[in-house]
Structure formats: C-alpha cells, structure tokens
Unconditional design. Structure first.
Length: 302
C-alpha cells in the first residue's frame, strides 16, 4: 500500500496511486480532533481530545462487521511515517471475501505537512492532474467525491477521510470509456462506514476545553472550545503600541478565531492584549517564538 503518487509524496505515504496501469487497493483517512495542541496547562491538553492511536479504534471490528454485513477477522494495523492503516476482511473463503481498509492521517505527524483539509485538497488536485474522473457524492460531510472505487470525504478543516470496500462482487472500474465509474454497493457500504467514523469523531471532539482555562497553542495549530476554535498563525517580532502605552517592540501573533455561528476574526495580537469576539473575552498572556498562551471567558451578562 506504500507507493508513489504524482503529488510528490514518497513511499512512506498512503495515497491513492496508479501502478502498472491499475488502481492500488488503498484508502486514506485524515482525522484531526481539535487541532494540534501539544504543550501547556491542563486546559491546553484537554483542548485536543483524541480517539486511541490505533487506527482500528476509528471503526471497530463489530462496526466493520455491521458495515459489511458479515463477521470479520481482527483488524490488521500497520504504521507508516504519515499514517496508521487498518484493514478488515470478512471470514471464509477468499473468493467470497470483502475487505474494508483505511489509513489514518493526523496533522502534526512528521510526514504530514499542513492541515487535514489542505492534504485532502492536495490529493484531489493531484488526482485531477492525473486525468482521473472524480464524481461528486452529495450528503456526505462538507465535500465528498468518488474516485476509482474510493469515497473521499472532507468535513471542516480538521477531518477528511477516504474509504474503500473491495472484494467479491465489487466492480473495480478503471475510469476508462464504457466502464462503470461507481459501484452502487461499494458506495453504499463506504458511506455507511464514513457515517460511523464521522459520528465517533464528532463525539470525541465534543469534549471541548471549558472557557476560563488557560490555553497554550503552538504556532500553526489550533484549539477547540465548546463553540469556539482558536488557531495560531505566524509569530514574529515587530514594533507595536499597546493600548494606553508607549511604542515598543516584541513578539506578535496572528490568531484565527471562528465561532460556531460562523463569525470569524483574524487579529494580530501582542502580550497583554484583550479581545472581544462574539460574546467571548480573550486575553493574551504570553507569546514565544513557538506558541501563544491565552485565556478565554464568556462576556459577563449585562
């Protein structure tokens, strides 16, 4: 499953690839639950609730059996530089076997650059450049398409997945003229698996950090609260004038703030600054070259 793709990923990755004129049986799944907060106080650590690192925890053996409609063996897990792979096979003779496979990619892994959404977009662009036919699939996540037997789904900025069901009775289209591009059964089973994975991911990420706690967020990562997401962009040194103070020079940081009602802001902040965004008070406690510490609280009711 580890091969090379035109987008430039090396053999440690798990992307859809073409080899010797056929599709490799591969699925990739990107899951980021609440961003990449890795340092800080108790609040910062709880800002990124995650499922267990075992890829098969995303879809258990019982859930895989539910998807495929038949008993399955133990999930087989492999770890690559960029991903952890899980694969389930139905029991019985190999001629009648079905396989459900997926890879888990998380922002912050050494081999994965950028966010889950950016990686998803990169794979889609690379597939388009290779001349592969992509067919939109409605009502799955925020964006979904079917390509060479694989259902690819994006939900928000932090979660993307691709899932493949192959084996007995499943057509393996090559997207050439006259060949069916969507196997209805494979698509239906893949959508069922996607729904289970998305539901579990949403449940895990609902355990957000409570307001009023201190968050320490690394540059180019983000933290989630109950209905607020705060990301930290570039941090650099520059001159600024604090409110009511004298001109000074120090570190500033770009924040990306998004609320559950769709409101957003991208302020550049300095130490000691207080922001009021959509009913929240955000106070910047410290800025280092690598991270920002801040507190978030609800605006007092008037």
């Amino acid at each position: 499953m580890r091969t090379f793709i035109a987008t430039g990923r090396d053999q440690s990755g798990g992307l859809m690839t073409i080899a010797r004129g056929r599709t490799l049986p591969l699925v990739w799944l990107v899951v980021v639950l609440g961003g990449g907060v890795a340092h800080g106080t108790r609040g910062a650590q709880s800002a990124s609730p995650k499922l267990p690192p075992d890829a098969c925890a995303r879809l258990t053996r019982a859930e895989a059996a539910q998807v495929l409609g038949a008993p399955v063996g133990e999930g087989r897990v492999r770890t690559h530089d960029m991903a952890t792979e899980c694969r389930y096979d139905t029991a019985g003779d190999t001629r009648g076997r079905l396989t459900l496979a997926f890879d888990v990619y998380e922002t912050g892994r050494a081999g994965l650059d950028g966010s889950a959404a950016a990686y998803f977009a990169q794979v889609r662009r690379g597939s388009g450049h290779m001349g592969l036919r992509l067919e939109a699939v409605p009502d799955v996540g925020d964006e979904a398409y079917w390509m060479r037997g694989v259902l690819n789904v994006r939900q928000g900025e932090d979660l993307a997945l691709a899932i493949e069901v192959s084996g007995a009775g499943i057509a393996r289209p090559d997207n050439t003229a006259g060949e069916p591009t969507v196997d209805p059964r494979a698509l239906a089973l893949s959508k069922t698996a996607a729904a289970i994975i998305l539901r579990k991911a949403n449940a895990a990420s609902s355990a957000r950090t409570r307001t009023g706690e201190t968050l320490t967020i690394q540059s180019n990562t983000q933290a989630h609260l109950q209905d607020l997401r705060i990301g930290v962009g570039n941090i650099w040194e520059e001159a600024y004038t604090p409110e009511g103070g004298q001109p000074t020079r120090g570190l500033t940081a770009m924040l990306q703030i998004v609320t559950s009602d769709g409101a957003s802001a991208r302020p550049r902040v300095h130490v000691g600054q207080t922001l009021h965004v959509s009913g929240y008070v955000i106070r910047v406690l410290s800025i280092t070259p690598a991270r920002v510490s801040l507190t978030v609280a609800r605006e007092p009711e008037r």
